[in-house]
Design a protein around this ligand. Sequence first.
Ligand SMILES: NC(=O)c1ccc[n+]([C@@H]2O[C@H](COP(=O)([O-])OP(=O)(O)OC[C@H]3O[C@@H](n4cnc5c(N)ncnc54)[C@H](OP(=O)(O)O)[C@@H]3O)[C@@H](O)[C@H]2O)c1
Length: 268
Amino acid sequence: MSLRPRTLSLMTWRSKFPEEPSWSLGGTAASEKRPPWRSPSENIFLHIVDLSLPKSVWKFVENFKQEHTLNVLINNAGCMVNKRELTEDGLEKNFATNTLGVYVLTTALIPVLEKEHDPRVITVSSGGMLVQKLNTDDPQSERTAFDGTMVYAQNKRQQVVLTERWARAHPAIHFSCMHPGWVDTPGVRLSMPGFHARLGARLRSEAQGADTVLWLALAPAATAQPSGCFFQDRKPAPTHLPLARTSSSPAEEEKLIEILEELARRFK
Ligand SMILES: NC(=O)c1ccc[n+]([C@@H]2O[C@H](COP(=O)([O-])OP(=O)(O)OC[C@H]3O[C@@H](n4cnc5c(N)ncnc54)[C@H](OP(=O)(O)O)[C@@H]3O)[C@@H](O)[C@H]2O)c1
């Protein structure tokens, strides 16, 4: 894959760097910094924004679009919080981060992406979503017994449904979602210690997990595939297991959008 020089914007929610670098640019987002590590390019920016706080995400995009263009959005940030925790807005944390945050960020950036040539959105979902049918009855687990793994899997199913809907609604952008494989990351180590120990050396490296994400972001072959698909190992993969009865109706999907739009508006 050949790469044209581009600006790379990285987003996270906690600065891993305790000291404020003297060359901090300030301004954009909650904050924007030049990375303090040795970088091969001057065109790398670190934006710090908490995806679980929709107001911060809206504000981030407002500032971001004043100064930046965007060719590719990779929705990678995500969490599996195993106890029911609320954000300062009173939203269940997994849903706020994995579904609402991704929805607000993507929706707000669509007009920015649409201005560019070959724009793409890749959402890092999970094969775990295969065990869940879209469920819009209790999206923030207010009335159901809380199971962090299943809540996470439901959020990842919601990302798949959103990707399909965005693809239909915005044909100028190539949308995809994907499963990176089971990867040895801090998230898996902390949130699924038993799974991490069981899989051990069979877990993928972070570079292996990132392979399909980068291919979807950069390769011409990726956009030869229809928009809205779910990928694994550079190939489209089914979004439902045989006989699993996990397909949702257009009405159920519409309900998800209504819920997200209402929350997105409330916290704008
Ligand atoms: N690892 C796997 O086996 C696997 C399998 C399937 C899918 N996935 C998906 O792959 C993606 C990456 O997962 P991972 O395993 O690398 O997890 P991870 O090690 O926990 O990394 C998660 C990343 O998300 C960021 N993040 C979490 N909450 C955030 C928030 N509220 N606002 C902004 N950023 C936030 C974290 O930022 P900080 O660094 O600042 O904490 C971190 O960079 C996730 O979407 C996950 O669901 C992973």
